[in-house]
Design a protein around this ligand. Structure first.
Ligand SMILES: [Fe+2]
Ligand SMILES: [Fe+2]
Length: 137
């Protein structure tokens, strides 16, 4: 069994169960793509990256935006824009991935991983902090 590229460390937990579950699933999916490449299942890895993971990213962003709306997060517009920019660059990666170029694929995967981990650890944590501050009086 291939070793995971990353683990869902405690530092990425925001303390909001529904959000944490989705983040953990995102990390699992990224690890799954990495593992498929490691065992030579390139076509499955490509499909998983461009379809399954891509759909899940959309779903997560939509859920997260709904959640931020529910407690009237003041920085929601900036956060939405960050999501939108990420989606744009994610879709720009697709053609490179479709070519089966393993180097391009690994680079894309590392970029996505880095982005998601940084986003969860910094940008998502900001709304979580606001959420906890305003929920308690
Ligand atoms: Fe998130
Ligand atoms: Fe986010």
């Amino acid at each position: 069994m291939a070793k995971n590229l990353f683990d869902f460390e405690a530092e990425f937990r925001l303390g909001i169960e529904a959000v944490d579950n989705e983040h953990a699933r995102l990390i699992d999916m990224l690890n799954a793509v990495h593992n498929l490449i490691s065992i030579g299942e390139k076509e499955n890895a490509r499909y998983f990256f461009t379809e399954t993971l891509s759909d899940y990213v959309d779903e997560h962003f939509a859920n997260e935006e709904k959640f931020m709306e529910s407690f009237e997060y003041p920085q929601i517009d900036d956060h939405k824009k960050i999501h939108e920019n990420f989606k744009k660059s994610y879709y720009e990666l697709k053609p490179a991935i479709e070519t089966f170029d393993e180097t391009a694929f690994r680079r894309a995967l590392t970029d996505v991983f880095t982005w998601i981990l940084t986003h969860i650890g910094k940008t998502d944590r900001r709304y979580a902090r606001y959420y906890f501050e305003t929920q308690k009086e």
